[in-house]
Design a protein around this ligand. Structure first.
Ligand code: ADP
Ligand code: ZN
Length: 758
């Protein structure tokens, strides 16, 4: 007997609430169905009955695509939790959790069967086939860059250049362009050739005509993997204690604190080994894949063939192909960045969050999830332990460990032979008085650099500001040249002679005279990495200098290439922004100089001190390895600030003890939770009124409400921004969400547990 058709909610992969269709009674939630939206076919997820809607005039679904619900149960609960907590629709989270190939946004009649390409059999897989493969092998992971692709000498990606098509292209060329367009603009070369069924000469012609571009992607991992197998180390007593402190098979949150190089990764590896041996899977989060090649190496060496890598930087074409490459090629250990916390893994036995303090775990776009916090929730739903690790834990996690909510595990020593670097301070006020002008590199640092170069060792200089000069101002009228669309000044980039807005990307050729008063007294203020690089080249003509910041690493793979060159000793002086502070080990790096250690303290953010301390401690940890002692020089105008003095002593615990009372006194996290309501509108008045109206409606007791106030940068991309900050308990802030949900469209958006206040 065929089941009766009843009104059923169907969630499309689009940021809209579910629609209602007629579907067989008893259809399990989270199976995929094909439906008609207006006249196009689309794929959605059944979300259960909708008894509120009368059956009349409803369209029936076209087909049920899966025999079972698609995502695993714990993930379904996690998605529901995250949607409630962050005040978004589950539909907003779906694209982060499921690969587009399984849940496409649209399914047109034409490409309904062409969702993914089977490389081996040379044909397109249907949606149903993909779903079946998924059910057969639950370890198939979505949106992955599989290790297969990371091996070998490198691979070439073909992009559309975006140039308008000329009037005449051959049918073969048209096929290539169309295939690329359908894939979102880029594909791996072999995939493209197979999909378009053309030969390489077609690509060559298109490239000559400027319609496509071929890019070699650095294959970092392939090169390194040659370097060989991981040696299995005998764990130290401390490491063993940490390892035994984690109880498998039950939920528990652990904070593993230990300086860089103290052996935290060895502890995660040992835990992962136990979990994999028990037939369970490991979800391993890292802040950024590009900066952790050595980790991937170690994982692959330790668990050959069982590791898969999720990558935030994948484009549509890659994601597309990757799902398919994975079919029949499961993995037990999934390493990924932020969104990987929503990966549809099953039977997770361990969650690792490495460098748990890193800001990149928090999304700064809607939905503004925090992967570390969701990782804890996920472990709870999976009934497994989660290990948060860091040399400089977030004060949130540290406080939780101090108050017994998290279990604290510590590694206090580095393995034998590795010593902590010597950190010293240079007071820039003294240096200024002595030189009678602004000093970029104080004599102490200059001398240390000279000596280091003479010894053939490597030095790293950190300045957290890119560009040549921070801004230009007119000495006649005092005005700074600002962005016409944003309330910030433009940064001068000498390399391409542009003034550029770092928020919206606006750029202009620098004017000869002040646009305000016409005087030709414009001058640059505040040096950036570009200027430091030039300065160094002047001081050390023979030195090999490499600058790494967002300007020099725009091209994909260039950061990895630069870091690799530095690691292999092809660089004498590394200069760059905070991207240098993380993850990497440079074997011959013995000197770290921070040009302006208190730069980050000047921003209006209650975490400024914590971030500065973390950055300084992390970058200091880069200096010195086993046989070469390291030296760290911090140039600062505020040598007495706790963020500086505790970094000098490399004393995390001392820093936390000095910072926490201040947080408690002012009612900031970890003692109070925050919800930041942001308004964006065409006029400041509109933005303010939207927040004021929202404020009027607030009826939850026990909240402190601040604002509406102008955002620190009150205008970005011609939109005016105001903030309303709610302080209170998590429960009360959640209650606000329930009582006063925000409409999906409109000037207001919510940032729970905000990390950035810009
Ligand atoms: P972290 O993750 O805390 O930065 P790692 O686990 O990466 O530290 O360890 C740093 C280095 O010390 C690595 O090269 C690692 O192989 C080595 N190491 C860690 N533990 C031991 C040990 N017990 N014995 C010998 N070497 C070790
Ligand atoms: Zn701008």
């Amino acid at each position: 007997m065929t089941p009766a058709l009843v009104p059923t909610l169907v969630q499309l992969n689009r940021p809209l609430p579910p629609l209602t269709y007629l579907a067989p009674e008893g259809l399990p939630a989270w199976v995929r169905v094909r439906v008609k939206v207006r006249n196009s076919a689309a794929v959605g997820l059944a979300m259960g009955p909708d008894p509120g809607t009368p059956a009349v005039k409803l369209r029936p679904i076209e087909a049920v695509l899966d025999p079972f619900p698609l995502p695993p149960p714990a993930l379904r609960e996690l998605l529901a939790f995250a949607a409630r907590y962050y005040g978004c629709l589950e539909a907003h989270l779906l694209p982060l959790a499921l690969p587009q190939a399984l849940l496409p946004r649209w399914e047109t009649e034409d490409d309904g069967q062409r969702l993914a390409f089977f490389r081996d059999s040379g044909r397109w897989a249907s949606l149903v086939e993909l779903g079946e493969a998924w059910h057969r092998d639950p370890s198939i992971l979505p949106t992955l860059l599989h290790r297969q692709d990371l091996r070998g000498a490198g691979f070439t990606e073909v992009h559309l250049t975006g140039r308008p098509h000329p009037p005449r292209v051959t049918p073969a060329q048209a096929k290539v362009l169309l295939t690329l367009e359908e894939a979102g603009g880029a594909l791996m070369e072999p995939d493209l050739l197979a999909a378009a069924a053309v030969g390489p000469s077609v690509l060559a012609t298109l490239e000559k005509r400027g319609l496509v571009e071929r890019m070699k992607r650095m294959d970092l991992l392939g090169q390194r993997r040659e370097a060989g197998r991981d040696r299995v180390v005998a764990l130290s007593a401390e490491q063993r204690t940490a390892l035994e402190g984690v109880v498998l098979g039950a939920f528990g949150v652990h904070l593993l604190q230990g300086v860089t190089g103290s052996g935290k990764t060895e502890v995660y590896l040992a835990l992962a080994e136990r979990v994999l041996a028990a037939g369970m899977r490991v979800l391993w989060l890292v802040p950024e894949i590009g900066l952790t090649p050595r980790l991937l190496d170690r994982l692959e060496a330790r668990f050959p063939g069982r590791v898969a890598v999720g990558h935030a930087g994948l484009n549509a074409g890659e994601k597309h192909g990757d799902v398919v490459r994975l079919l029949g090629n499961g993995a037990d250990l999934f390493v990924g960045v932020r969104n990987a916390v929503l990966a549809p893994l099953r039977e997770i036995g361990l969650v690792v969050v490495d460098e748990e303090h890193e800001g990149s775990y928090k999304s700064e776009e809607h939905p503004r999830i925090h992967a570390r916090d969701l990782a804890v929730k996920r472990a709870q739903l999976e009934g497994c332990p989660v290990v948060l690790g860091s040399a400089t834990p977030s004060l949130e996690s540290w406080h939780a460990a101090q108050t017994g909510r998290y279990k604290l595990l510590r590694l206090r020593e580095r393995p034998a032979g590795v010593t902590l670097p010597k950190v010293e301070i240079v007071d820039l006020r003294d240096a200024f008085r002595a030189a009678r002008r602004k000093v970029i590199l104080a004599p102490t640092l200059m001398q240390a650099l000279t000596e280091n170069l003479a010894r053939g060792e490597q030095s790293l200089l950190l300045l957290n500001r890119r560009g040549y000069e921070n801004f230009w101002m007119c000495r006649a009228c005092g005005k700074a040249l600002g962005c016409p669309h944003c309330a910030i000044s433009l940064t001068y980039h000498r390399g391409d002679f542009r003034l550029r807005c770092h928020l919206c990307g606006f750029e202009t050729v620098p004017p000869e005279a002040c646009p305000e008063c016409g005087a030709d007294h414009l001058r640059g203020v505040g040096e950036g990495t570009e200027q430091v690089e030039e300065h160094l080249a002047g001081c050390f003509p023979g030195a090999r200098i490499l600058r790494l910041d967002r300007d020099t690493t725009r091209r994909r793979g260039s950061l990895e290439a630069g870091l690799l060159a530095a690691e292999q000793g092809q660089v004498d002086l590394l200069v760059g922004t905070q991207m240098l502070a993380k993850g990497h080990t440079f074997p011959r790096l013995t000197l770290v100089g921070v040009l302006n250690a208190d730069q980050g303290l000047k921003v209006a953010d209650f975490r400024a001190s914590e971030r500065t301390f973390q950055l300084l401690t992390q970058v200091a940890g880069r200096a010195g390895r086993a046989d070469l002692p390291g030296r760290v020089i911090l140039q600062t105008y505020s040598p007495d600030h706790p963020a500086i003095t505790f970094a000098l002593a490399q004393d995390f615990e001392g820093f936390a003890a000095s910072e926490l009372p201040f947080r408690e006194g002012l009612g900031y996290p970890p003692f109070t939770a925050l919800s930041l309501y942001r308004a964006e509108a065409d006029t400041p008045r509109e933005a303010r009124e939207a927040l004021e109206a929202f404020r009027q409606r607030l009826s939850v007791p026990g909240l402190r409400v601040l604002g509406p106030l102008e955002a620190p940068v009150p205008r970005v991309r011609d939109r005016w921004r105001m903030h309303l900050l709610l302080k209170g308990g998590r429960g009360a802030l959640g209650e606000v969400l329930r009582r006063s949900p925000l409409p999906p469209a409109g000037p207001l958006s919510l940032d729970r547990d905000p990390m950035q206040f810009g």
